[in-house]
Ligand binder design. Structure first.
Ligand code: 16G
Length: 245
């Protein structure tokens, strides 16, 4: 029985039922009770097993689909997402994205240094020429497989030193109260150069995605500019669009 694998809903829990079901499914994915590509039971069967309405099941699944944890396949049902489906509307970090999908994130440093803004960074970050910055270049892995190469520049006011960044940049920025709360992103298709192909272990000219993120603090100051080269075969970017009202 599915409910035996992911656990029953707690009758003492006062959270809305759809949230309880979401939490149970999220935990099952994180703990690998449910694995990528596992099929979920039909909505009506889940409704019966958990003793909740089908609408509640649908609402719970809708939320997890838009988070990118589940995916619907026409005519076949709902599955645990296998490719990493990344929501385009949530400002999350690589580390958080991987952990929430039950994957183990790891980074390999290419370089970690201190410098001054380049003319281009000075314009993107709105910093005066000569302003100190930290630069980070990393290969990002999930469960040991390379997923992306990232080049980040952080305004130096946001971190005590370059070595303050351990596994997660956003965790380090959170500690100093400089984690971005808003970001602008630009996405472009690229063909991997020999250098990137080697770092990611893919053939030269393989398809990739370049995502440029500019992250801002609550007070409007830009704090981060990152260029992420994601492997095209590893990521799906998902966005929810609302019609103009
Ligand atoms: C993501 C961000 C990147 C950010 C990094 C922080 C995209 C396209 N890029 O990779 O801008 O710097 O997360 O991750 O999502 P970390 O906290 O794990 O170092």
């Amino acid at each position: 029985m599915f409910s035996e694998r992911i656990g029953k809903l707690d009758s003492h829990d006062h959270a809305p039922l759809y949230k309880q079901l979401q939490r149970a499914l999220r935990e099952a994915i994180q703990k690998k009770v449910l694995s990528p590509d596992d099929a979920l039971p039909a909505e009506r069967d889940m409704a019966e097993e958990f003793n909740i309405s089908r609408i509640t099941v649908r609402k719970a699944l809708d939320g997890l689909v838009s988070e990118g944890l589940l995916t619907r396949r026409q005519g076949a049902g709902t599955f645990v997402a296998a490719r990493v489906e990344k929501s385009f509307s949530k400002l999350t970090s690589f580390t958080e994205d991987m952990i929430s999908r039950g994957r183990v994130p790891r980074s390999e440093w290419i370089s970690r240094s201190e410098g001054q803004v380049t003319p281009e960074e000075s314009l993107t970050l709105g910093l005066s020429p000569g302003t100190p910055v930290f630069r980070f270049a990393r290969i990002r892995y999930a469960d040991g497989a390379p997923m992306a190469v990232e080049y980040t520049t952080i305004a130096a006011f946001a971190l005590p030193s370059a070595s303050a960044v351990g596994t997660s940049l956003y965790e380090a920025l959170e500690t100093t109260g400089h984690r971005p709360v808003r970001a602008l992103q630009r996405l472009r298709a690229v063909l991997f150069t020999a250098e990137h192909a080697e770092l990611l272990g893919v053939p030269v000219k393989d398809a990739g995605l370049l995502i440029e993120r500019r992250g801002f603090l609550r007070d409007g100051r830009a704090v981060e500019v990152t260029q992420s080269y994601y492997r095209g075969d590893a990521y799906d970017f998902v966005a929810e669009l609302n019609a103009l009202s």
